[in-house]
Design a protein around this ligand. Structure first.
Ligand code: ADE
Length: 293
């Protein structure tokens, strides 16, 4: 078996010594990479997720790899539930005494055509990705950041051209992009910066590969990416750490796309079947219509 990869960072040792962060969805994929880099840089982390069993296992594993004085704790929290989010923030404040960073990474969706969504399915995705992010931001602000400042990073998605078969999450993530801008303006006076990171769908993680069920699905992306390779979870984590750090002290309300240039080129894996349902409009058609009135 290959030796486990040593966690490290492009940032200097101790950059976040004594800081405190909450990472939602921090036990898997991108969230786990963010948690591990923060711990490496000395930041105490509370990871939160809905699935307690999986979160505890991930936390136990991550604890073994901590090389800084930082501490890691975990809390079961369904970000759709207002009371659970209030509890996550208050328990973190009790455990670590403050809250410097909030990373809203928890999210979820299922692939389907929009016309087939039940209202329950639609609401579940909007509540997790949009409302859950809002609740975490609001509680972090009301319980700590209004008085003490802080930095928030929202993880969104490559939804710039729509996400066919995932329209619910596309709508929710676009809303978080806009929420980021509004909150940056409203909360600037409290010393809060808030930005987003938008990973491309070409970011490879074992969690994402397992969700897709077909790891090869990632390889289909490569021709459509200007950098001609998949992205790594570390490449998301490093952008998050940049936005949390003083290196971005003059950046707020911004979204960084981490997608190898894919959103500028073509990311569509969705093929629209040939059809003849679109009728052209010309002035001639208009005259004909008027003459019939
Ligand atoms: N990850 C996916 N869904 C979640 C939820 N509802 N709460 C917290 N983390 C999640």
């Amino acid at each position: 078996m290959a030796a486990p990869t040593k966690i490290c960072s492009v940032f200097r040792n101790g950059l976040f010594n004594g800081k405190v962060a909450i990472v939602t969805g921090g036990g898997t994929g991108i969230g786990k990479a963010i948690t591990q880099e923060l711990l490496y840089l000395g930041c105490n982390v509370m990871v939160a997720s809905r699935n307690e069993e999986r979160l505890r296992k991930a936390t136990d594993e991550m604890k073994k790899n901590i090389t800084s004085p930082a501490e890691l704790d975990h809390m079961q929290c369904n970000i759709r539930k207002e009371e659970q989010v209030q509890n996550l923030i208050s328990k973190t404040l009790k455990r670590f005494g403050k809250l410097d960073f909030l990373i809203n990474n928890g999210g979820g969706q299922f692939p389907a055509r929009a016309e087939t969504f039940s209202l329950k399915g639609w609401n579940a995705v909007i509540e997790t990705n949009l409302t859950g992010t809002f609740l975490c931001c609001r509680e972090a602000y009301n319980q700590w950041m209004n008085d003490n400042g802080g930095v928030i990073v929202n993880i969104i998605a490559d939804m710039w051209k729509g996400i066919p078969m995932m329209s619910h999450t596309g709508a929710a993530r676009a809303a978080v992009d806009n929420l980021t801008k509004s909150l940056a303006l409203e909360w600037a006076e409290s010393g809060v910066r808030i930005n987003s990171v938008a990973p491309g769908s070409s970011i490879y993680s074992e969690t994402a590969a397992a969700n897709y069920g077909d790891p090869k699905i990632f390889a289909y992306n490569i021709p459509k990416i200007p950098l001609k390779r998949l992205g790594t979870v570390e490449e998301i984590s490093t952008s998050v750490c940049f936005l949390l750090s003083p290196a971005s002290a003059y950046i707020t309300g911004e979204t960084i796309k981490v997608d190898g240039g894919g959103s500028l080129y073509s990311t569509m894996m969705y093929n629209i079947p040939d059809h003849k349902k679109s009728k052209a409009y010309t002035w001639k058609d208009d005259e004909e219509t008027k003459s019939k009135l």
